[in-house]
Design a protein around this ligand. Sequence first.
Ligand SMILES: Cc1cc2nc3c(=O)[nH]c(=O)nc-3n(C[C@H](O)[C@H](O)[C@H](O)COP(=O)(O)OP(=O)(O)OC[C@H]3O[C@@H](n4cnc5c(N)ncnc54)[C@H](O)[C@@H]3O)c2cc1C
Length: 440
Amino acid sequence: MRHIAIVGSGPAGYYTAEACRNIFGDGGRIDIIDRMPVPFGLIRTGVAPDHQSIKAVSKRYEAVALTDTVRFVGNISVGKDVSIAELVSLYDAVVLATGAPQDRPLGIPGADLPGVVGSAAFVGWYNGHPDYARLNPSLHGTDAVVIGNGNVALDVARILAKTPEEFAGSDIVAHAREALAQSRIRHITLLGRRGPHQIAMTPKELGELGRLERAGPRIDPTDLPDEGADALLEPGQRKSVMLLREFAANPVARPVTIDFDFYAMPVAIEGEGHAQRVVVERTALDEMGRSHGTGEHYAINASLVVSCIGYQTPVIDGVPYEHGRGRFASDEGRILPGLYCVGWARRGPTGTIGTNKPDGLMIAEKIAQDIGEGADKPGRPGLDALLGQRGVDVITFRDWQNIDAEEVARALPGAPREKFTDVEDMVRAAGKLTGQAAAE
Ligand SMILES: Cc1cc2nc3c(=O)[nH]c(=O)nc-3n(C[C@H](O)[C@H](O)[C@H](O)COP(=O)(O)OP(=O)(O)OC[C@H]3O[C@@H](n4cnc5c(N)ncnc54)[C@H](O)[C@@H]3O)c2cc1C
């Protein structure tokens, strides 16, 4: 029997479990451990609440979780409740599928002022991640700056721009729904260091900006490169740039504006005790497409600044790490004997949900090459004994289904669910809180 522990129940964790199950069949036992009592990683807490069709991929993961060979072990934080060394001693293979949940630091003066938040925190707030449920972002001013030119920046701008009615059918959490309904933000600026040809925005997500009820995108036509140069772009990118051209050619007058400020590098955030403005340096591109400051500076008002400049994987003691790239150091997923990484923890924060599927298969194949028939390790019963001694409330997949049912039952009419945003509430809904805590 081969015993495999996968740490992290996001797409990379589930695709790895699916591939291991397909390779080992009944000769493998796979535990998917997550620090949250609820599964699916960024499918639940990253993917935008108004993109429900994308979240539907979790149904596929459910099918994996409901087999005898694979189980979900929720509410267990690796590094706190159980160490990597303990897991490696219990399982033939331990796979870190822990994602990249930390914001890359902005690294400019004023980045620590109130009013400045990273996208992991802001997205986690509107998606109900317990770590960020109390973020209370600053929505009292009229101006926001979103730093970054990728799909996450688009998500953030769109969520800030929508009317309460446009959230119908979404699973945006109550605290965010209520705060955004009172938001005074009317001008959103998207800052990109480079130009329209270098955006990392996909056409579907970009196109949505043109269909908002009270908001519209604005683009300075002089920022657009010569149209002939679009032919050199790959088709998806060309489509996105076409959309930018359409937005530039057909400006709409709407009460909420979303300005694309290209060739613009934030160099400082200023304000008296709170963010009030972002100081920006104009950039130019060299022949290699790299941006360089031109020395020309200007300021944009902003009482909310959201940086969407990428993520990093937290360091775990004893696990080799690539500091420059913010991910575990590995040889294509092999970290140390018996220890692997996959998904964003291996590659860094790039690619879509689907990108994690071939990644999961690759790691499962490496595990199969490395562990043979398994080394008679204790596996599941060993983990259960250890967690039992430590008195931790483990959440199983069936427990998660109880949480899920309660969330669905609490939903507003037309909405898929009303999420719990507090770990204790999740554990209580699972029927797992005992004694004093349950009575409170
Ligand atoms: C804001 C945002 C929006 C996105 N929208 C889309 C989209 O619309 N479409 C699309 O295709 N892709 C989208 N993506 C990308 C997609 O979410 C990622 O490709 C994918 O989630 C990465 O999978 P992962 O399993 O590596 O990491 P994650 O999904 O982050 O999963 C990591 C899991 O590990 C767990 N974990 C972390 N540390 C520990 C620990 N110490 N112990 C136990 N468990 C731990 C976490 O709780 C989490 O469940 C989006 C990403 C973001 C950030």
